[in-house]
Design a binder for this molecule. Structure first.
Ligand SMILES: NC(=O)CC[C@H](N)C(=O)O
Length: 390
């Protein structure tokens, strides 16, 4: 006999209520409801710190098929505030799986709901924009009532807006640490699958952790970078004292505008002439530090299939994306040039300084999950460091 699933509901701030089943921890969770169109990578998405305070809807209908494992995490915790899916398969199967998605969500205390018409939900979010919501998951044997719906609705309506929130310092590391792990391989030198170790560092990179994904650090290490990861609020002078070859500004959750400490540090470091590379929140911070403006998008970009064009070559790469804010094209100062645009909506996807060795990208060249079409941006960073060192 299969167990009878516990009931759950999802309430949107606009009053829409969806009923489904609980597939994670019991309880109430609130956040901004966003949709992600990636076909794979639910574990990477759940552990991406950029999803802090967001309830992630996955549009791919079957989620959980491959279970979870210890290797596919992008940070040490689940950061998404909740998960919304269509269907959780009864069985999972993968040679690396150590637990089911439900076991994983329950162990982390993450509330999640299945049985949702994620197409209808996504259409609503696309038409009306991302909005706050709440998931209420009951225990087995309990039944949903109108009072539960009212409770979830009230929670959704009183949740804070993502605009204006500084979440980078909330998720950042408390202490600096060194990173030397390289990318995952199906067969390492000894034939076993797993991550490698950096043996002969060529560069020293200081990476600001605004909510950094592990695969960014791995891709830097893979290219010969010994990385010192520092807390979000580290002043520029402390970074300069480490005498790095380059500075990396990471992805991260929340609104870039209130991160004044990071904007000030980035400005100083870029002005010092150190090669600087920013991804996602780091891209937005580099733009703000250079005098541009950012704004909140209607529903953002979250997926692994977004076409982005490199303007210089005309080449199109399929990219991984996860952002709700963007850089305003009209606000760009003369020393900030657009290098990439989104072919979905024409928004700014890449920038470079014309007066400093600094550039940044709005999407995720590290994928995890997603295609590797624009991984060469990491090579551009190491080339810049090599050039500045000679
Ligand atoms: N992945 C990210 O770094 C996201 C950046 C920022 N929090 C946004 O939503 O736009």
């Amino acid at each position: 006999m299969f167990p009878v699933p516990a009931p759950a509901l999802l309430a949107l701030a606009d009053g829409t209520v969806f009923r489904g089943t609980a597939i994670g921890a019991t309880g109430l969770t609130v956040g901004e409801v966003v949709f992600n169109t990636a076909l794979t990578g639910y574990q990477e998405i759940l552990t991406d710190p950029s999803y802090r305070q967001q309830l992630v809807t996955l549009t791919y209908p079957h989620i959980g098929n491959t279970g979870v494992n210890a290797e596919d995490v992008e940070s040490d915790a689940i950061h998404a505030a909740g998960l919304i899916i269509k269907d959780l398969p009864l069985l999972h199967s993968n040679f690396r799986a150590s637990a089911s998605l439900t076991q994983y969500l329950q162990a982390a205390g993450t509330v999640a709901i299945a049985g949702i018409d994620t197409r209808a939900l996504t259409r609503r979010l696309r038409q009306h924009g991302a909005q706050n919501g709440a998931i209420l998951a009951l225990a087995e044997g309990q039944t949903l009532s109108d009072a539960h719906a009212a409770q979830a609705l009230a929670a959704a309506r009183s949740a804070p807006s993502m605009a204006g929130q500084d979440l980078a310092r909330v998720v950042s590391t408390a202490q600096p640490y060194e990173w030397t792990q390289t990318e995952w391989q199906l067969a390492r030198a000894d034939g076993s699958p797993g991550y490698g170790e950096l043996s002969a560092p060529r560069f020293h990179v200081v990476a600001y952790d605004f909510g950094v994904k592990k695969n960014i650090l791995r891709m830097l290490a893979q290219r010969g970078c010994r990385v010192t990861v520092v807390p979000a609020q580290t002043p520029a002078a402390q970074v300069l004292a480490l005498r790095p070859d380059g500075v990396f500004l990471s992805n991260g959750p929340g609104d870039p505008q209130p991160c004044d400490y990071a904007i000030a540090a980035a400005r100083e470091l870029i002005d010092s002439g150190l090669p600087t590379f920013g991804i996602c929140l780091g891209h937005q911070i580099m733009a703000l530090a250079s005098g541009a403006q950012t704004y909140k998008m209607p529903h953002g970009h979250h997926g692994a299939n977004h076409p982005v064009q490199e303007l210089a070559s005309g080449r199109v790469g399929i990219t991984s994306q996860n952002h709700g804010f963007a850089v305003q094209r009209e606000s760009l100062p003369a020393h900030l040039r657009v290098t990439h645009i989104s072919l979905f909506d024409g928004t700014v996807q890449g920038l470079e300084r014309t007066d400093r060795p600094a550039f940044c990208f709005q999407g995720h060249p590290e994928a995890s999950p997603g295609p590797h079409d624009i991984a060469s941006l990491f090579d551009r960073f190491t080339a810049l460091m090599a050039q500045e060192n000679t």
